[in-house]
Design a protein around this ligand. Sequence first.
Ligand SMILES: [Zn+2]
Length: 301
Amino acid sequence: MPYRARSEPVVLKILRILNKRIKLSGDEQRYYLNQEKGFEGEVQFDLLTVKLQRDCHILNDLQLESNKSSFQLDSSLIFQETYSIFEVKNFEGEYVYDSEYFKTPSGKDIQNPLDQLKRSKLLLSQLLQSLGSKLTVEAYVIFINPHFTLYKTPADLPFILPTQLNSFMKKLDQKPSRLNQSHKDLADKLISLHQPVPPKIQLPNYRYETVKKGMSCCKCDSFSVTIFGKKLICGKCGREEFVTVAVMRNVEEFKLLFPDRKITTNVIHEWCDLVDSKKRIRRILGKNLKICGVHQWTYYE
Ligand SMILES: [Zn+2]
């Protein structure tokens, strides 16, 4: 079991909501899909690390800071003598190696992740040193997608191509390792230093006024939903969901998009744009959230 499990990044959650509620530009759409794909790749790699039999702590998705510089570790493993970090890439297709870019005949080049890896390795080494840890940092780029090929890759790079992944994981699992309290303390310390929201998040511009209101289906994201009694029913895929659950799901979306706005009956009534009675909204909010304030100043947390 991972010592720190991966959860869906906030940025990805927001992008998913924006994707159905505003019109993303071509670039924004690509950025969103890349985030989605990147996360999928990380989850794939988690399925491999979790199978390791060796004594090691698995720390997924850490956002840290060292020397006032932020860096992110997709996946890391604490062994007895080493701290292994993995930059996971879910690239797909055939590329030719180049020190700056991986090149493709179609011109859709992608940046060589080596510099990013070196930077993370250096910053982490400094951070570990400042925490009094003597572990040696090992850093790898994992190309997780079986449909990825990188021609002319120099052999001495810390790149693990899809065809090498199995034997690499086997080798990792043969590392002699016995963990003690100091390893656990280090893991706890790093988790306490994790920053839940990355400092520079790239998001499309949006305003409350321009974001589509209404409730969407929990399965297919369609806004063609209707309320029948206690159920919300999707006209596109037929999925049924309790209105209470659907409203709270949409409240969560509102909170993610507008974290500074207060949740009130009026606000959510307008946001959901489907539930006729404000009374019903008030009852749902009151049941599921903490009521603050009184009368017309009531809001929910
Ligand atoms: Zn649906």
